[in-house]
Design a binder for this molecule. Structure first.
Ligand code: HEC
Length: 141
C-alpha cells in the first residue's frame, strides 16, 4: 500500500531540530536517535525539548519556526481541574487523537516514529508511557 510507506517515511523524519541565528530559525528534520524506552527524561530531552524546551514550558529553540506555539507541558494539570490528563497526553504523543482530522499538526506523530525505532510494539508502548510519566513530573514546575 503506497500510503502506508509514505506514513512510515514521514515517521522517520519526525524529529525536528532547530539551527541558525535568531533572525533565521531553520527547522531540520533528522532521523531520531534510539534513546532507551525506559528513560523518560532522556527521551524528553532528545525528542521533545527542541520545541517544548528542556523545562517543558514550550520555549524550545524550534518554537519560533512553528505555526502554532508548542504547549506549556508544565500547566496541563492546572488546566484540567488539578488532575493530570494522562490518557489525553499519551494519546496526543502517540498521535491517535482526532488532531489529524483538523489538518496537519506541528507536532510529529510519535507513535509512527517509535515504531520505526523498534520492531517490538511493547517498546513503543513503554516509550509513550514513560514520556507521559515524565510530563506528569513536570506539573507545576
Ligand atoms: C516539532 C515541534 C514539537 C516536538 C518535537 C514535540 N512537540 Fe508536542 N506539541 C507541539 C505543538 C506545536 C503543540 C501544540 C498543538 C499542535 O500543534 O499539535 C504540541 C502539543 C503537545 C501536547 C498537547 C498538550 C495539551 O494541551 O494537551 C503534548 C502532551 C505534547 N505536545 C507532548 C510532547 C512530547 C512528550 C514530545 C516528545 C516525544 C513532543 N510533544 C514533541 C510541538 C512539538
Amino acid at each position: 500500500m503506497p500510503h502506508r510507506n509514505l506514513i512510515s517515511m514521514l515517521g522517520l523524519l519526525g524529529l525536528f531540530a532547530a539551527a541558525g541565528a535568531a533572525y533565521q530559525t531553520k527547522i531540520e528534520k533528522v532521523v531520531p536517535k534510539d534513546i532507551s524506552p525506559a528513560n523518560g527524561k532522556a527521551m524528553f530531552q532528545e525528542y521533545c525539548a527542541a520545541c517544548h524546551g528542556t523545562d517543558g514550558k514550550g520555549t524550545g529553540p524550534a518554537a519560533p519556526a512553528l505555526k502554532k506555539a508548542p504547549a506549556d507541558l508544565t500547566q496541563l494539570s492546572v488546566h484540567n481541574n488539578g488532575k493530570f490528563p494522562d490518557v489525553r497526553v499519551s494519546r496526543y504523543i502517540e498521535g491517535m487523537d482526532t488532531v489529524q482530522a483538523h489538518g496537519t499538526r506541528d507536532m510529529p506523530i510519535w507513535g509512527d516514529v517509535f515504531k520505526s525505532l523498534n520492531r517490538d510494539p511493547a517498546a513503543s508502548t513503554m516509550r509513550v508511557s514513560n514520556l507521559t510519566e515524565y510530563v506528569r513530573s513536570l506539573q507545576g514546575k
